[in-house]
Ligand binder design. Structure first.
Ligand code: AR6
Length: 170
């Protein structure tokens, strides 16, 4: 089931929230900043451990990895790295990969409810309507045990874009 809501991803009562991270896993602005701010230092501690153990040169674009959600209502944060938008180079497959890989990690964890932000549409400048189309069609076609995939959009235009994408996807 796909649901679309307007709100703050850090406030979602779901099993896992997805973070629009960068490959350093060391935090940043936007969703990433909000998740680390509200989730507290436990998240960064696990991110540091992941950098030291598995991702010495950073989490590659399109991949996903889980940590605790610290003080957030969710149980886990799934960090994924969206592509930076570029007119001259189609990176749609990397954006789609973020959704698929996040759901794969969610299945490994046993998460049944997962909240996604509009990955890459902020600092990484992906046009909202196109990002919404990729997000909705990718999760719709992705085999998963997750029962609710919740898109959490920060503002009204993003919320409308995801509704329109869901309507177009049928
Ligand atoms: N809840 C839901 N959506 C949000 C929230 C929130 N609390 N805050 C912002 N958004 P961005 P990106 C929306 O920039 O483009 C960071 O510095 C926002 O309006 O968070 O993938 C990372 O460290 C936008 O539509 O992620 C990376 O360096 C969407 O979330 C880089 O930004 C994504 O915006 C990643 O850039």
């Amino acid at each position: 089931m796909i649901t679309i809501v307007q709100g703050d991803i850090t406030a979602q009562h779901v099993d896992a929230v997805v973070n629009a991270a960068n490959s350093s896993l060391m935090g940043g602005g936007g969703v990433d900043g909000a998740i680390h701010h509200r989730g507290g230092p436990a998240i960064l501690r696990e991110c540091r451990e992941l950098r030291a153990s598995r991702y010495g040169s950073g989490l590659p674009t399109g991949q996903a990895v889980a940590t605790t959600a610290g003080d957030l209502p969710a149980r886990w944060v799934i960090h994924t790295v969206g592509p930076v938008y570029a007119k001259t180079r189609d990176r749609s497959h990397q954006l789609a990969s973020c959704f698929r890989e996040s759901l794969r990690v969610a299945d490994e964890l046993g998460a049944k409810t997962v909240a996604f932000p509009a990955i890459s549409t902020g600092v990484y400048r992906w046009p909202m309507a196109d990002a919404a189309r990729i997000a909705v069609t990718t999760v719709r076609d992705c085999p998963t045990e997750v029962r609710e995939i919740r898109f959490v959009l920060y503002d009204e235009p993003a919320y409308r874009a995801f509704h329109e994408a869901a309507r177009a996807a049928g």
